[in-house]
Structure formats: C-alpha cells, structure tokens
Design a protein around this ligand. Sequence first.
Ligand SMILES: CC(C)(COP(=O)(O)OP(=O)(O)OC[C@H]1O[C@@H](n2cnc3c(N)ncnc32)[C@H](O)[C@@H]1OP(=O)(O)O)[C@@H](O)C(=O)NCCC(=O)NCCS
Length: 217
Amino acid sequence: MVKSSTGLDDFTIVPENSGSAIPLDFHECGRVRVRPLKEGDREQFLDAARSSASLTAPWSYVMCDDRDFWNILAQVELGLETAFISVDRDDRGIAGKFTVYNVLRGSSQSAMLGYNAFLPYAGTGRTWEALVLIVDTCFAAAPHGLELHRLEINCEPENARSIALARRLGFRHEGRSPRFQLLNGRWRDCEKFALTAEEWVPLRCCRPVTSQDPDPR
Ligand SMILES: CC(C)(COP(=O)(O)OP(=O)(O)OC[C@H]1O[C@@H](n2cnc3c(N)ncnc32)[C@H](O)[C@@H]1OP(=O)(O)O)[C@@H](O)C(=O)NCCC(=O)NCCS
C-alpha cells in the first residue's frame, strides 16, 4: 500500500496488481461503504429491493420476501456465493446488492459477478464505486480476498446500463452466449464480459473503515 500523493490524505491508493488485501468487512470508495450482507439487514434490504422492482424486473429476479433473503444467506453459509451490499456513507441507505457466485476453484479460480442497484441511488455512479471494491476483493489474496483469477459478467444484449458498467470496470467483451439464462419463463441470450486478475488495474481511491470511524454500519 502507498499513501496517496493526490491530497486525499485519509485515502489509500492501491498500486497496480498489488494483490491488495481488502478485508471482507467494511470498506469504502467514493460515496459508499461495502460489506457482506448480514441477518440484521433483512428489513432494510427487502424494502430497498421491493421499492426497486421496476428497475430490476426486466433484467433480474426481484427479491421480495423473507424466503428470498434467507435463501441468499443460506447460499453464503454453504459457501456457494458471497453476497455484499453497498451502503450510502451519508444517509446509510442500501444502494446495491452484489453477488459472487458459480465459483470454480481448481485450475479455473473463476466466478460470476451479479449486481443490482437500488433506488434512489441507481444511476449516480455508486454501483461502479462499490464494484471497484468488490472486484478488487475478488482478486485479492486470502485471507481477506477471494483469490480469484477470472470474473465474468453476463448481461442481456438489451441491458445497456449493465453493459456500460461492465465496460467501465474494464471487462472485455468475449461474445454472445445464446439462451444463457432463464428469466421470467424465457431463455435469454447474454453478452459475456470477463476480466482476469492481470487485467485489473485497481488504481482507485479506497480504504478500509477503521473502528474510529463513526457508525461503520
Ligand atoms: C445495471 C445497473 C446495476 C447499473 O447500475 P447504476 O446504478 O445505474 O450504475 P452507476 O450509477 O454506477 O453507473 C451508471 C451511470 O451513472 C453515471 N454517473 C452518474 N454520476 C456519477 C458519478 N458521480 N460517478 C460516476 N458515474 C456517475 C455513470 O457515468 C454511468 O453512466 P453511463 O453508464 O450511462 O455512461 C442498474 O441499472 C440495475 O440494477 N439494473 C437492474 C438489474 C440489472 O440489470 N442487473 C445486472 C444484470 S446483468
């Protein structure tokens, strides 16, 4: 880690391909904090998910009840996925939900990355800020990172916002997968984007939240 020379004294600049170790607890980038989803988030999380249904429904499953929430935590408990939320630093609202799933270990060390922005934060750049931290954590070394080598994002061809986000994070377009995922009863094609650890340039302003910070929720 190198201290910033940009005047952002309380931030840390992560050098290129450092294998930076961002612990899976509280971190922040720009206007959001990112941390794993936890049991106590149930009510606020479901409120955020339900009130964002109009944004989510065309592209992704809308999580709307307790069963959906506990199902995510069960997947996490079984080690099948890692789930994060981003929290706005000012008003503490949940700005987005992120999952790292379909993890392949062995000689692949790859996973898929899924995301949903929540209203009213969608479209303000906060999803990108959170994903900078999450991608960095995915490629970081254990024990704080997930030690992955490759991440994939799969977006429907018409999902322009998601495709723009993948590109803005530096993901490469690899091609189209026909009839890749089942949503609302219909098999959908997806554009596949990928990024390897070597391609990731994590030169961003981000830092861990220390115990001195007020209310690091
Ligand atoms: C796809 C989705 C996650 C994108 O989230 P988002 O919140 O719009 O993403 P961001 O706000 O980080 O970035 C979007 C725009 O905000 C802009 N933006 C606004 N203020 C910004 C700021 N201060 N800093 C950076 N970017 C900013 C970005 O430039 C970007 O614009 P562009 O991509 O149109 O050029 C969201 O639309 C969503 O949840 N959709 C439904 C579910 C879904 O499609 N999930 C993905 C399935 S593959």
